[in-house]
Design a protein around this ligand. Structure first.
Ligand code: PLP
Length: 456
């Protein structure tokens, strides 16, 4: 490659001319430069202009749990690729077997790992398992999949069919049949505060089940904490009751850990915060922290056994992901898990998450526009409002001005689900789990300064 090809202006022009970026309107790129990130180390990244940023969103979408520049992951991946890069189908690989065993060690009650490449794909696998179980064991009747308002499960048409976020779904229909929405636990907050609220919120799910007919419902798919839909931690009593309801009606409980998995909330998996036992767990982002593309759909032995039947020629799980055979994924995931263990990153997520929550709550004294601070571990949100009494959301332009001001200060933060009515206004923080007290304080100081300027 010639020197000119690496020149920042040439790269920026190539990007502007040919890259279709995710999740963004491209019209502004006619006048402003797309930002190109060229290097990362720990919590920090550098863009092509040389500017340093403190990354409070782990690579934009809460993925790089162990931070940037981990040579141990890169070295392990390199060594593995030279030895044995790929084999798929019925044959296994050494890292595939090793990571599955290590992962199951963190998930008592679950026993089988199905490899794929993205969170959406892992969820698709789960949906297909539920549909096939319905055909094989329930005469095709128990085929419906329940999902929750405000939860997100991915970008494919089936995942959007199970998606409760209007912003993501609009203009992509028609959707797949057999997906039924249940209300979010948040809906009940205003009407029914106090004791028993969690149980009542779960009751809303049972009401839908009874309305649809329990024998038509195969699975309930939920995020442990609603992530992109506004960082909503379910109330006390909710999860226990949800699990009881699933057991009562023989409905598989599918937990989407794509965001919350691998230490994000302070335990290995988000569902472990609530003491429940799912039948299917899907995960992606933090599994290899973005060093390789890997996702997993993990099931109980009971679910797996429902496909083990050589009297039915069509009875096995007739599914494949070509790149589920890449060894780069599980070998990166093994090193990633080792780092989380060796550096106690689950505990650090709890401690630093608490610090961030405390810092953001302290800002509420100074900034009346912060309506609520919520989250778990290093997944925290600050909801911006016009008034704490009415909780009317701050308008989106101002919210994005806060995000832009932080960026100017060299701190990358996020904002969740901007166009969802009433919930388009939550500043989102999901830094790498290696964050130290200084990093957390620098992030919340930047928010303080941004709010002071934007609200002036
Ligand atoms: N599930 C949840 C909870 C997510 O937040 C996401 C992505 O943000 C997905 C699934 C989809 O993951 P992917 O983008 O890897 O397909």
């Amino acid at each position: 490659m010639s020197l000119a090809m690496n020149d920042p202006a040439t790269i920026i022009e190539a990007d502007r001319a040919h890259v279709w970026h995710h999740l963004v309107q491209h019209k502004p790129f006619e006048t402003i430069d797309p930002q190109i990130i060229v290097e990362g180390k720990g919590m920090r990244v550098w863009d092509i202009t040389g500017k340093e940023h403190l990354d409070a969103v782990s690579g934009g979408v809460w993925t790089v749990n162990v931070g940037y520049g981990r040579t141990e992951i890169a070295d392990a991946v390199r060594d593995q690729l030279v030895k044995m890069c790929y084999f798929a189908g019925a044959k296994g690989t050494i890292p595939g077997a090793q990571f599955a065993e290590r992962l199951i060690g963190k998930m008592p009650g679950l026993s089988r790992v199905y490899y794929a490449n993205s969170g959406s794909e892992a969820n698709e696998k789960a949906f297909k398992m539920v549909r096939q179980i319905s055909h094989k064991h329930y005469g095709g009747k128990k085929h419906k999949i329940l999902y929750r308002d405000r939860d997100y499960h991915g970008t494919t048409i089936a995942c959007l069919s199970a998606g409760g976020q209007q912003e993501r779904n609009a203009q992509y229909g028609p959707f797949a049949p057999g997906f039924v929405e249940v209300p979010h636990c948040l809906e009940y907050q205003a009407d029914n505060p106090g004791e028993g609220y969690g149980e009542r919120a779960a009751q809303a799910i049972e009401d839908v089940i009874l309305h649809e007919g329990p024998d038509t419902i195969g699975a309930l798919c939920l995020e442990p904490i609603t992530a992109g839909g506004g960082i909503i931690v379910p109330p006390k009593g909710y999860w226990e009751r949800v699990q009881e309801i699933c057991r009562k009606y023989d409905i598989l409980l599918h937990i989407d850990e794509v965001v919350c998995g691998l230490g994000r909330t302070g335990t290995w998996f988000g569902y472990q915060q609530f003491g429940i036992q799912p039948d299917i767990v899907t995960m992606a982002k933090g599994v290899a922290s973005g060093y390789a593309a890997i996702s997993c759909c993990v099931t109980t032995e009971r679910v797996f056994d429902m496909f083990k039947d050589d009297t039915d020629k069509m009875g096995y799980f007739r599914d494949i992901s070509t790149f589920g055979g890449c060894t780069s994924g599980p070998v990166a995931a093994l090193e990633n898990m080792k780092i989380i263990e060796d550096e106690n990153l689950c505990d650090n997520s709890t401690a630093m998450g608490q610090r961030m929550n405390d810092n953001l709550k302290a800002l509420m004294d100074k900034h009346a526009c912060i309506g609520e601070v919520r989250g778990m571990g290093l997944f925290q949100g600050a909801e911006l409002v016009q008034s704490r009494e009415t909780r009317e959301p701050m308008d989106e332009k101002r919210v994005m001005a806060v995000v832009a001001d932080c960026l100017k200060q060299g701190v990358i933060i996020g904002a969740s689900n901007r166009s969802m009515p009433g919930f388009n206004n939550t500043l989102l923080f999901a830094p790498a789990l290696i964050a130290g007290a200084d990093d957390i304080d620098a992030i919340t100081d930047a928010v303080d300064q941004a709010l002071t300027r934007v609200m002036a």
